[in-house]
Write a protein that binds this ligand. Structure first.
Ligand SMILES: Cc1cc2nc3c(=O)[nH]c(=O)nc-3n(C[C@H](O)[C@H](O)[C@H](O)COP(=O)(O)O)c2cc1C
Length: 329
């Protein structure tokens, strides 16, 4: 006969495996998936994977840690949807290099409908690089998305129309700086384009064939992709800055959790999200973006919100096989 303890041990192992699978769908800078999970009894340890960092684009690991924060939030959604309460310790004192968080599944809880719904949304969420439609973003939806961010120790500043022009000029400047830098271009070429058979990076299928005539430029991938984008303007797009009072690892981890929470909520509300990080990657333009916050904090990521037709969404990006993101204890 199987004891209650054995049943629980099996159930927790299954829930932790499901959590890692859900987390693998998280968004990440250039789809680097810079996370590594280590299951251990009723715990999962999350670390940054040194082999998938962007030395030129992201030397401080701001965007990599932010990506890991998104994966952490996805994992927590999965545990909640499996009926587990989880205790998280972030950046605690372990001597494991790159350690970011430990998640402990410590008690059974009733499954809330919202957690179940978010788990379904994880499979639908994706980066939408198409031009936004003419339909305006609903103000109530924006307030709900902002609340999802603020519940995770991060803030969202929605730009006023006049500030969008300042953002556009910063994004253009960042784009030029990156285009003129050979090392930057080499790194970009390594992670983007082609079919991406190894499961990382951004395939041509989700890179626009032409640059849509937008006020704030999307990322210039340095080559044309295969995705057809409408030749419309981004007049109805709303731009926001994820930000907070600190500018260190813990702040970026929280910002990633906030990004995931906001993006899942936005997807459920029919709002498409496009992260724009070029202006954050370049030191000078990050400072320009910081000034848009009137000295209230440090910027982590720029987000574009817009309404899209969900039925014409493009394909999903590939993901690494589990054995490359899970470490055996
Ligand atoms: C921190 C961060 C920064 C990103 N910056 C950009 C960007 O500047 N331009 C862009 O087109 N996509 C950007 N993305 C989206 C990623 O390319 C995308 O998440 C990844 O390719 C996986 O695709 P998916 O989101 O469709 O699953 C960013 C994502 C994250 C998490």
């Amino acid at each position: 006969m199987t004891s209650t303890q054995t049943v629980d041990a099996l159930a927790v192992t299954r829930a932790l495996t499901n959590a890692v699978i859900a987390a693998s769908h998280a968004p990440s800078i250039h789809n680097t998936q810079p996370w590594r999970w280590r299951p251990h009894g009723d715990r999962l340890e999350l670390s940054i994977d040194e082999s998938r960092l962007l030395a030129v684009t992201d030397p401080d690991h701001r965007l990599a840690i932010l990506s890991c924060g998104a994966a952490l939030h996805h994992a927590l959604i999965s545990l909640a949807a499996d009926g587990w309460h989880a205790t998280v310790t972030r950046l605690s004192e372990t001597n494991r290099p790159g350690h970011l968080a430990t998640v402990r599944a410590d008690a059974r809880i009733p499954v809330e409908l919202a957690a179940f719904r978010h788990l379904q949304t994880i499979a639908l969420r994706h980066t939408d690089r198409r031009a936004v439609s003419d339909t305006a973003v609903d103000a109530d939806a924006l307030r709900t998305i902002t609340a999802a961010v603020e519940a995770r120790q991060t803030l969202l500043h929605v730009l006023r129309p006049g500030q969008v022009l300042d953002l556009a000029s910063a994004a253009n400047h960042a784009q030029r700086t990156e285009s003129d830098d050979q090392a930057w271009q080499t790194e970009l070429r390594h992670w983007t384009g082609g079919p991406r058979p190894l499961g990382t990076g951004i395939p041509d299928t989700v890179i626009p064939r032409t640059a849509a005539p937008t006020t704030v430029p999307g990322r210039d991938f340095g080559h044309r992709g295969d995705m057809t984008v409408a030749d419309t303007h981004d007049r109805t797009a709303v731009f926001g800055i994820l930000y907070g009072p600190g500018d260190g690892d813990i702040d970026w981890l929280h910002a990633g959790e906030a990004l995931s929470a906001a993006w899942l909520k936005a997807t459920e509300l029919g709002i498409a999200v496009l992260p724009l990080s070029a202006a954050i990657e370049v030191t000078a333009t990050r400072e320009t973006v910081r000034r848009l916050l009137s000295g209230l904090g440090h910027p982590y990521l720029v987000l574009r919100f817009g309404v899209q037709d969900p039925d014409t969404a493009g394909p999903h990006t590939p993901r690494l096989p589990m054995e490359q993101i899970v470490e055996q204890p």
